[in-house]
Design a protein around this ligand. Structure first.
Ligand code: COA
Ligand code: AMP
Length: 631
């Protein structure tokens, strides 16, 4: 226990090894580490070097051995299929061990990669834990991504096996996954040896003879597999996330540091106890899903909820309150966009009154900026702490938070409070010098990062250094800009690169531009992220047609929208594309995307002195007006 936030934070930076070695004591090790922090290959830091353990053992076997076997490990609540299924720790251990046996029988060994392309069903959790059990490295791909995106990930991770399901279910109906998977495998250079497909009753997938196996049939006659001990520093998973180009970054997560940090965070950030019901309403395909639907709650002995539904429409804006009351949820973690969606449909919060949600102690929000309006609405409605916390796929857990298990600090709307223990957060300028309180800069974290954060990018050590560590020597560059106030509270003002957040989904406008530029009639294009009341941000595209373009403006607009949907996925939500005569540029030819963004958002801006022709901005303003911006 810590006396105060200040004490915990100070200790975590003044005596990193002491701090994390105490936290490491909560994990079961087959062999204890030789060194808490190995900095001999800095900037490639290694936590708990020499330690040997197994993440699945810590998440399942350990709890069953300690008498938690009959407690629900997972509650699968699926309003889109009308199903509620409780799986105890004992049952989950049995299912995971048997499926690990299937993977073994398919030749999957320690270090092999397995891609998981699954909706929010328990089999996704079973797949992840089965990989962890045998030391295989899983890589989940969010179901909303199109085949092309899946193919890029297949080629990078080179999986021996792919695990998938016949369909996902959206409120509008089932989305068959298998044709998307087949198309992705057609597109990829690397071919998996086998695919195991979980057949859901809503859609029956056609299996490719010799390559595809039915999940249930594959389990027949297979012996359960025991845990394989791995190095603390061995990879547990790879999770691809948007970078500034169309090539996603393969964020690597290790086993030991990850387990230590996540277990620590459950107690000290989220303020829960083993046995509590914890609900992260996200998707297993995102980092929030990895960390707080699967690993952290199970490592800590909580009951986790896997919710296959939306905040609204499944069936109404009372969906979250129903789940909380039915399963006695203590902590809900979701994205602000989910609350904006509920607020839009039920502005007075009348649906809350239909349910007893007295079990709920904290609401945690992350994934995008929590706007003060949404904060106040949620806080007034629920009358519990509404905790904004800031983190990224790369870090795997919160960089800044109000740590409910240490000390509840006063909440300031618009701020995720202060750096979490372990993170030395500084606001710096272009020369990596710290700026004064209240002044905006880029947000850097002084190295080393704490346990649980990415040790590197999958098989791309040099890209890890060039993407995150080179611009500001001694720092990890978060890609976010912001400032600190005089009390040390951090304010996140948004990305300083081409990444946008659409409904809590991280996407690259650079990646979208690469797709748009492939249209044969497009000479040039720009995609920017524009403020949206519901989704936080949405992309808006601008295209300049080639002289003698064959298609009409309307057709090009429609085709470009369809291309982005086909190549990236429906979640990209590029709906507004406008044809313009020119793009605003500096004299050296750089497109002035930041200025375009301000125009679209109706913000004040100074015309950059480097602009080639200021008239172009007027043309862009007129084009934006035509499609309804600023909103
Ligand atoms: N598989 C296939 N398609 C998917 C999908 C999945 N897993 N998830 C989303 N999509 C599709 C949707 O069907 C939709 O397609 P459409 O354009 O044909 O309608 C598109 O992607 C956009 O979906 P979505 O982002 O869900 O938008 P929406 O307007 O249907 O719903 C919200 C808006 C706010 C309710 C929804 O975005 C939401 O619940 N957001 C919370 C996100 C979240 O929890 N993020 C967690 C990160 S911490
Ligand atoms: P992802 O990797 O998908 O989790 O997205 C990470 C990015 O989301 C961060 O770099 C931020 O830009 C944004 N983000 C996450 N949480 C917050 C938050 N609490 N406040 C503001 N932005 C956030």
């Amino acid at each position: 226990m810590y006396k105060s936030y200040e004490e915990a934070y100070r200790r975590s930076l003044e005596d990193r090894e002491g701090f994390w070695s105490i936290a490491g004591g909560a994990i079961q090790w087959e062999k204890k580490w030789d060194k808490v922090l190995d900095d001999s290959r800095a900037p490639f830091y290694q936590w708990f070097a020499g330690g040997r353990m197994n993440t699945c053992y810590n998440a399942l076997d350990f709890h069953v051995e300690k008498g938690r076997g009959d407690q629900a490990a997972i509650i699968y609540d699926s309003p889109v299929t009308g199903t509620i299924r409780k799986i105890t720790y004992k049952e989950l251990l049995d299912e995971v061990s048997r499926f690990a046996g299937v993977l073994k029988s398919l030749g999957v060994d320690k270090g092999d990669r397995v891609i998981i392309y699954m909706p929010m069903i328990p089999e996704a959790a079973i797949s992840m834990l089965a990989c962890a059990r045998i030391g295989a490295i899983h890589s989940l791909v969010f179901g909303g991504f199109a085949p092309n995106e899946l193919a890029v990930r297949i080629d990078d991770a080179k999986p021996k096996v792919i695990l998938s399901a016949s369909c996902g279910i959206e409120p509008k109906g089932p989305i068959p996954y298998k044709p998307l998977l087949d198309r992705a495998i057609d597109l990829s250079k690397h071919k998996p040896e086998k695919c195991v497909i979980f057949q859901r009753p809503q859609v029956k997938a056609a299996l490719v003879p010799g390559r595809d196996l039915d999940w249930t049939e594959a389990l027949g006659g297979v012996s359960p597999a025991p845990c394989v001990t791995v190095e603390a520093t061995d990879p547990l998973y790879i999770l691809y996330t948007s970078g500034t180009t169309g090539i996603p970054k393969g964020v690597v997560r290790d086993n030991g540091g990850h387990a230590v940090a996540l277990k620590w965070s459950m107690q000290y950030i989220y303020g829960v106890e083993p046995g509590d019901v914890y609900w992260a309403a996200s998707d297993v395909g995102w980092v929030v899903g990895h960390s707080y639907i699967i690993y952290a709650p199970l490592l800590y002995g909580c009951t986790t909820i896997m919710y296959e539904g939306k905040p609204v429409g499944t069936p109404d804006p009372g969906a979250f309150w129903r789940v909380i009351s039915e399963h006695k949820v203590k902590v809900l973690f979701t994205a602000p966009t989910a609350f904006r969606a509920i607020k839009k449909e039920d502005p007075t919060g009348s649906f809350v009154k239909k349910y007893d949600i007295s079990s709920l102690k904290y609401l945690f929000l992350a994934g995008e900026r929590l706007d003060p309006d949404t904060y106040h609405w949620a806080s007034d409605l629920l009358a519990i702490p509404v905790v904004d916390h800031w983190w990224q796929t790369e870090t795997g857990w919160a960089i800044a938070a109000n740590c409910m298990g240490i000390e509840e600090l006063p909440i300031k709307a618009g701020s995720p409070t202060k750096p979490a223990p372990g993170y030395d957060v500084r606001i710096i300028d272009e020369g990596a010098k710290e700026v004064a309180d209240g002044r905006e800069g880029v947000i850097g974290i002084r190295l080393p990062l704490p346990p649980g954060c990415l040790p590197t990018l999958w098989q791309k050590d040099s890209a890890f250094v060039s993407s995150y560590l080179s611009d500001y020597p001694g720092y990890y560059a978060t890609g976010d800009g912001g400032y600190k106030d005089e009390d040390g509270y951090i304010y996140i003002m948004g990305r300083v690169d081409d990444i946008i957040n659409v409904a809590g989904h991280r996407l690259s406008t650079g990646g979208m531009e690469e797709v748009v530029a492939r249209h044969p009639d497009v000479a040039e294009c720009a995609v920017i992220g524009v403020e949206d009341k519901l989704k936080g941000q949405v992309p808006v595209g601008f295209v300049v047609l080639k002289a003698g373009a064959l298609k009409s403006r309307d057709d090009v607009q429609k085709e470009v929208v369809a291309m982005v949907r086909n190549d990236i996925g429906a979640l990209a939500c590029l709906k507004d594309v406008t044809v313009v005569a020119r793009l605003p540029k500096t004299r050296s030819g750089k497109i002035l995307r930041a200025t375009m963004r301000k125009l679209a958002d109706g913000m004040e801006f100074k015309v950059p002195s480097t602009i080639e022709d200021p008239v172009v901005l007027e043309e862009i303003g007129a084009a934006l007006k035509e499609i309804g911006y600023p909103r």
